[in-house]
Design a protein around this ligand. Sequence first.
Ligand SMILES: [Zn+2]
Length: 361
Amino acid sequence: MSPVRTLSIWKSSTTLADGREIVYFDEAPGLGRATVADTRPLPPRPPGPALPYGRPDWGIRWDALAGEWVVIAAARQDRTFLPPADQCPLDPSGLGRLTEIPADSYDVVVFENRFPSLAEPLGRCEVVCFTPDHDASFAALSPRRVRTVVEAWVDRTEALSALPGTRQVYCFENRGEEIGVTLHHPHGQIYAFPFLAPRLAQMVAQAGAYAREHDGGNLFDDLVAAELAAGIRIVTRNEHWIAFVPEAARWPYEVRIFPAARVPDLPALGQEARDAFGPLYLDVLRRFDGLFGRPAPYIAAWFQAPVRDPEARGQFAVHLQVLSVRRAPDKLKYLAGTESGMGEWINDIVPEEAAQRLREA
Ligand SMILES: [Zn+2]
């Protein structure tokens, strides 16, 4: 007998005053949040960068030496930067103050970024707010709320994948001023890229080469199986997920979280894996915070299979990379001469010791 699912999420959407889309993911029915109008006198949005490469101050350029795309987004230099808490644009509207979210509360909400790096038809940038509580953090969310966030990621991955020019959907969170966060309110971002970002492109190429050299074998399956067999770098796991420090970790504290059963992207995750993600991820984040007894500055990055590429999708494994730039209580990892100059990483922490410290945190 399969367990009865109690999860329900109510989705509704509308547009903000300048035409941007906003989508509410509610944990109760009938809240009517999408019926609340945005009454701010916002200026109209600038036209998006035209195909194929945009305009000089906003678009994409090809770095022929690296074989990589670079995004030029000079138009967003005047975006909101660390506003006072009483002017946070990610709070719900209320008490005479109008924000990016017209409703007087929300559970999880997603909207198009007012200052996007990429805009249609050359991609799209969305903001996802995890909680109306300005002073919370992802690590402080309930498993129920994380489950709602997962559903929002799934929904936006499907929606952005359906846009004609999308090659990759990237869900991520930057946390901490050390990372360059410009808004403290707990939030993440979702990018639709019109190309494959360099790291994903490399992974797809590696997985393809591995399959050719190993009689159709799967790089991700073999890598996760090897980590399970070795055991020494595993940080935590449950029935549906495994979290480990990569053997060749680049960052002082870096964890990759894979589902036990390989699927190409978040929408392909089964309900049980979606349910089991929150408890494991919250455990990982609390271990990061426990390392130095203070909130860890981190980046959490979802790797998802390329859109409209059946061969790559057949080989890819969705997974989350979590990395912290803090290497000691008062020391940050900076990308210096070898990393920034040569793309060659030098890690001061032995990955097996990082795993042990995270297990003990
Ligand atoms: Zn806020």
